[in-house]
Design a protein. Structure first.
Length: 184
């Protein structure tokens, strides 16, 4: 569990330097199709993520995660289908706080927002099969491992498979605390 509460706030362009502090690191993007980012790439990413808050209908909800006011990662909730009430969560954590429950805290808040605020029915997430830390986070979130999708992304070391995890609204509600205030 995180030693201090993790607070999610809407990403703003001014957050680009904080995002770059992890998006520029090879170990952070080892299993991703992006990165390590140049400053220009990070600025473009953050500008697009911040702009998504003004879109109608909004499909992308990007947040910076902070502990004691310090940015330590980010999380995103993507509405993949409004009609089918499907969403996807993604997260990234600065390696300086790996193993402290930050990724799990980000995931919990993203799921809460997806089910409680957006009335989603199913939320899924994927991870590289070699990313055991991320698979543990998804399991801790109560997500069910559904299987492996083959060759879903071309990354630096070749084609990457993706482990698929999901959680349904009734599963979330069965495990969610009765009255939990949402930060931010």
């Amino acid at each position: 569990m995180a030693q201090h509460p993790v607070h999610l706030s809407r990403i703003e362009f001014a957050d680009w330097r904080a995002v770059h502090s992890w998006a520029s690191l090879a170990q952070v993007c080892r299993f991703q199709a992006w990165g390590p980012n140049s400053e220009e790439q990070t600025r473009a990413f953050v500008a697009t993520a911040a702009d998504a808050w003004s879109r109608t209908p909004q499909q992308r909800f990007a947040y910076v995660a902070r502990v004691d006011g310090d940015p330590v990662g980010m999380g995103e909730l993507h509405v993949r289908s409004r009609g089918q009430r499907q969403g996807e969560i993604t997260y990234v954590v600065h390696p300086g706080v790996w193993g402290r429950g930050v990724g799990t805290a980000i995931g919990r808040e993203l799921l809460a927002r997806g089910f409680e605020e957006l009335a989603l029915h199913r939320v899924y997430a994927t991870c590289d099969p070699r990313n055991l830390g991320s698979a543990r986070v998804l399991s801790k979130l109560g997500m069910t491992h559904e299987g492996r999708h083959r060759h879903t992304a071309l990354i630096r070391d070749g084609w990457r498979d993706s482990e698929m995890f999901s959680i349904l609204e009734e599963e979330w509600r069965a495990d969610a605390p009765a009255s939990r205030p949402l930060p931010g």
